[in-house]
Design a protein around this ligand. Structure first.
Ligand code: Z5A
Length: 222
């Protein structure tokens, strides 16, 4: 009998919404309850492509806007199928999901589309295209936090994109993306305490982990 697959769960949101904190809490809680789970994050700065992205975000290098958008997407694709020693491709995300491991992912293609389309001259449609066909999340939780509340969590850092005006433009693009009813979006009030946000995220996730067991893994935006 085929093994029940894991769920693909994504956390999205603006700067300082608590995505990383909540991904770690959720993975820990799932593991404690006997459900295999692992965390992933994008950009994954550990790969060769990820290092190019990291240097760009840290303003150590400049990249043309279309080019860096495609690099962010390539950084996701390389974690779906990872080329290994010319012996073909070793699937990463897909294999783990098939093995019954739930993946909790800190940012995904939605950040890719929202951040680039917030730049002048980019349409959301163009920005979504390179990620069409990625493994489709079973659940995308958007951690909603106002710019004023985010500011209480500390100043913006030194990285590219960390300005109030750009983050507002990104919020608007996320709002557009959330109109897509083919994606299972849940908006979470991220202004609550860490524990209360976790409770809300856990409850959506447990439901999703059970439901995903009997559903095929979809393809994003197809
Ligand atoms: N990007 C892109 O352009 N294209 C793409 O395709 C992708 C990404 C995937 C990557 O940043 C940048 O790349 C990002 C988008 C762009 N640019 N921006 N802005 P990253 O992933 O390396 O870092 P980040 O995602 O920007 O992290 P973050 O937003 O700064 O943080 P967070 O993960 O949402 O929050 P946190 O680290 O869990 O918490 C932040 C602080 O708030 C921390 O001190 C916590 O202790 C505190 N916190 C967390 N929760 C709470 C609650 N509930 N109450 C009070 N305080 C809290």
């Amino acid at each position: 009998m085929a093994r029940a697959r894991g769920a693909l769960i994504v956390l999205e949101g603006v700067d300082k919404a608590g995505k990383t904190t909540q991904c770690a809490r959720l993975v820990h809680a799932l593991q404690q309850s006997g459900r295999p789970a692992e965390m992933m994050r994008f950009p994954d700065r550990s790969t060769t492509i990820g290092q190019l992205i990291s240097a760009y975000l840290e303003k150590k290098s400049d990249l043309e806007d279309h080019t860096v958008h495609l690099l962010f997407s390539a950084n996701r694709w390389e974690r779906v199928y990872h080329a290994s020693n010319n012996r073909g491709c070793r699937p990463l995300m897909k294999k783990k999901l098939e093995e019954g491991i739930t993946l909790v992912v800190d940012r995904y293609a939605f950040s890719g589309a929202a951040f680039t389309s917030a730049k002048p001259g980019f349409s959301l449609d163009w920005c979504m295209k390179p990620d069409v066909g990625l493994p489709k999340p079973d659940l995308v939780m958007f951690l909603q936090l106002s710019p004023a509340e985010a500011a209480l969590r500390g100043q913006f850092g030194e990285e590219r994109y960390e300005t109030s005006a750009f983050q507002r433009a990104v919020q608007q693009q996320f709002e557009e993306l959330r109109k897509d009813s083919t994606v299972n979006w849940q908006v979470i009030d991220a202004s609550q305490s860490v524990d209360d946000v976790h409770k809300s995220i856990s409850s959506h996730s447990l439901h999703t982990v059970s439901a995903a067991q009997s559903l095929p893994l979809g393809e994003l935006w197809k």
